[in-house]
Design a binder for this molecule. Structure first.
Ligand SMILES: [Zn+2]
Ligand SMILES: [Zn+2]
Length: 77
């Protein structure tokens, strides 16, 4: 069994994709969340900075790629 990462605040098992919606350390996701800039619209994911999240008791996330929705407003209908 691999090492599992858990939230130190609420003990949610991040490795298994669990998180608590109102927990600051979980921060709205488990080991990864949808792009923070556009709420996941661009389909890129951010991964949890585990040590920072534990240390500050607030979810920290690391961007893995550019936000595809960042280029400007979406074309209108
Ligand atoms: Zn938590
Ligand atoms: Zn994005």
């Amino acid at each position: 069994m691999a090492h599992e990462e858990r939230c130190h605040s609420c003990d949610a098992n991040w490795t298994q994709g669990a998180f608590t919606a109102d927990c600051k350390e979980c921060g709205g996701g488990a080991m990864e969340i949808g792009c923070v800039f556009c709420q996941g619209e661009c389909n890129s994911v951010w991964i949890r900075a585990i040590d920072d999240s534990h240390f500050r008791r607030v979810g920290h996330w690391v961007q893995t790629g550019p936000c595809g929705a960042e280029k400007g407003p979406k074309p209108g209908p």
